[in-house]
Ligand binder design. Structure first.
Ligand code: GDP
Length: 139
């Protein structure tokens, strides 16, 4: 059993597709183990994306991530990190496979609807950034 962090980004929340994204997780055997809606401050977004701080898009990305509320979730299931990444599709929606969340709903490389941890180490950091153990259900 594995866990990963999923975020429905401000563009996804703004498009009213919270339910659509969660439906895709649940119909693909993924359990929601924790969930909340929050509005990040700029320092909170910068802390979350600290690995990208040298990238040219860091300022723009952290502005975007603070532009509205987000839904953060802990997903649980077998091989859930890879499974979630497959459901999301490639970072650039133009390169994403048909039927993926980003292919269907993203509008540019930055406003790409969802975030998902890319490895067990990043998942552990990202889950801990938003949730404590008492807030996560074992399911
Ligand atoms: P992910 O793991 O698929 O989310 O992709 P990355 O970890 O490489 O990038 C993190 C996030 O930064 C992406 O989901 C996008 O929102 C944003 N991003 C990535 N590449 C670019 C880029 O070239 N330009 C801009 N503006 N944003 C980007």
């Amino acid at each position: 059993m594995e866990r990963t962090l999923s975020i429905i980004k401000p563009d996804g929340v703004g498009k009213n597709i919270i339910g659509e994204v969660i439906r895709r997780f649940e119909t693909n055997g993924i359990k929601i183990a924790a969930m909340k809606m929050i509005h990040l401050t700029k320092p909170q977004a910068e802390g979350f994306y600290a690995v990208h701080k040298e990238r040219p898009f860091f300022g723009s990305l952290t502005d975007f991530m603070t532009s509205g509320p987000i839904v953060v979730m802990v997903l649980q299931g077998e091989d859930v990190i890879a499974k979630n990444r497959k459901l999301m599709g490639a970072t650039n929606f133009k390169e994403a496979e048909e039927g993926t969340i980003r292919k269907e709903f993203a509008t540019d490389i930055e406003k790409n609807v969802v975030h998902g941890s890319d490895a067990p180490e990043t998942a552990a950091f990202e889950i801990g950034y938003f949730f404590n153990d008492l807030e996560i259900q074992n399911r």
